[in-house]
Design a protein around this ligand. Structure first.
Ligand code: GAL
Length: 138
């Protein structure tokens, strides 16, 4: 299957009800700690703010955070890893009125409260140790 370039960036406009779906595969086994990073950026370039940062360390944890004025804010970390070693993943991020709701392969796994208006998000970036087959926003 044809793959998207990584880092992959996409201009988006988000509102309550928007659903971001990312399909891909980790390029290494989990004992090599492949990572996945998704950022919802409020500006396309420059010292952008990050409304939602989602970073997976496959060997042991997932980190979520936001960044404003060049500074990371309060980090949320969880040891729940819902991705499966050697299997393609489907990561979903649903924009609710108060939070992002994250699903992995259809299972709801993580939530992150809005600190920055999702309506100000301009771009989504997906990167690190993954190959990507699709990134869609509906
Ligand atoms: C840092 C990491 C950043 C970001 C941040 C979130 O340790 O280098 O990429 O994940 O934590 O709090």
């Amino acid at each position: 299957m044809e793959c998207l370039p990584v880092p992959y960036t996409k201009y988006v406009s988000l509102s309550v009800g928007s659903f971001v779906k990312i399909k891909g595969t980790f390029v290494m086994p989990f004992n090599m700690n492949p990572e996945l990073q998704v950022d919802f950026l409020t500006e396309a370039e420059g010292n952008e703010n990050i409304a939602f940062h989602f970073r997976v360390y496959c060997d042991n944890h997932v980190v979520m955070n936001s960044r404003q004025g060049g500074n990371w804010e309060e980090e949320v970390s969880t040891s729940v890893i819902s991705f499966e070693d050697g299997q393609p993943f489907e990561l979903g991020i649903l924009v609710l009125s108060t939070e992002y709701q994250v699903t992995v392969n259809g299972h709801q796994c993580y939530t992150f409260p809005h600190r920055i208006d999702p309506g100000s998000v301009k771009m989504i970036q997906v990167w690190r140790d993954v190959s990507l087959t699709s990134v869609t926003v509906t």
